[in-house]
Design a protein. Structure first.
Length: 334
């Protein structure tokens, strides 16, 4: 209320009432919007594109530029490490392979919901030489790969089957526990072939500049499914956090979006942070970041893209998505 309005109102108050209040100090309580108390938000993410999109967020929490909640981050090497934490309820949010979000939703009976897509396709077949140019060239070959039970295995299996090949019979895979092990194996095998995601393709190429991308699995997928894309990573959030602390969820996703946009728009600065947090060396990150297909897709667009992708995987192997494609309650904010 401005001074002029206040004086008009005062003039309407009966004199007797004013006299009756003489000697009594009146205080008008100030109306302030109540700020939500900070809550703990534990975040688990994988070493690779999903954590590369988080580095600005992590840095600003570390420097105390972001203090609205008590965020903590853990970067892990393999999907099963993140899955174990999610299954036990040890984290409030996690960036994980898209199909594992669906299987965990089924296993935990809805304890986590998917909030956004954070990485599209990053999968490639790489080799030293020029023997591979199409998927059928993999017949009789053995690949190094990591991600058994996750996106790499199921995408490869699906694409091979559509090309008349069966994973485990026509094409063998020597499964490694993490992508860095595949890079090390390639360095020791001059004739090696690997299924690798970015940024580990770039890591491998820094060790051997003869390594080339032979097949982009995203291109192969879209040739078969023009309306669908490979979705490598998503972020899930605890249903309890969504229910108990909706403001914290909104804040987390806002910071996350800003961090991803920073990684896309400021590659050199983001690469320095990627190196700082030990995801991959800074020089590798500068080359790899534009190839990592980092994204922030939420709401209805997320639901449409993810449901189509999971539907394709489910047709090939229902267990890859937890038995069946999740329903509407799987999606947060859609």
């Amino acid at each position: 209320m401005d001074r002029r309005s206040f004086l008009k109102l005062a003039g309407l108050i009966p004199a007797a009432a004013l006299i009756g209040c003489t000697g009594t100090k009146q205080e008008t309580p100030k109306e302030e919007s109540k700020k939500a108390d900070p809550v703990a938000v534990k975040v688990a993410t994988l070493k690779g594109p999903t954590s590369m999109g988080l580095v600005k967020f992590m840095s600003e929490v570390e420097s105390q530029n972001i203090t609205d909640n008590n965020y903590s981050f853990e970067i892990l090497d393999a999907p099963d490490q993140v899955v174990a934490k999610v299954a036990k309820g040890d984290v409030d949010a996690a960036s994980i392979p898209a199909n594992l979000a669906a299987t965990l939703f089924a296993k935990t009976k809805g304890a986590y919901k998917v909030a956004c897509i954070n990485v599209l396709n990053v999968l490639n077949i790489v080799e030293t030489g020029n023997t591979i140019s199409k998927l059928t060239d993999l017949k009789g070959k053995t690949l190094y790969a990591s991600g058994k039970g996750a996106v790499p295995e199921y995408v490869l299996s699906y694409l091979l089957s559509k090309n008349g090949l069966k994973l485990g019979e026509d094409v063998q895979v020597e499964w490694k526990s993490e992508h860095a092990e595949c890079v090390a194996a390639l360095a020791q095998d001059s004739a090696g072939i690997a299924l690798l995601p970015q940024p580990f393709v770039t890591v491998a190429q820094t060790k051997n500049n003869q390594i080339r991308v032979a097949i982009d699995l995203g291109t192969e997928w879209e040739a078969l499914n023009p309306k669908s894309k490979i979705i490598t990573g998503v972020t899930i959030i605890s249903s309890k956090l969504i229910s108990d602390s909706p403001d914290a969820v909104t804040a987390f996703l806002s910071h996350y979006r800003d961090s991803i946009e920073f990684a896309l728009d400021h590659v050199d600065d983001a690469a320095a942070l990627v190196g700082k947090y030990g995801i991959v060396p800074e020089a590798v990150a500068k080359t790899a970041l534009p190839k990592c297909n980092i994204a922030f897709i939420d709401g209805a667009d997320m639901k449409t893209a993810l449901s189509e992708y999971l539907g394709v995987l489910a047709e090939e192997n229902p267990q890859s998505v937890g038995g069946s494609v999740p329903g509407d309650d799987f999606y947060f904010g859609a």
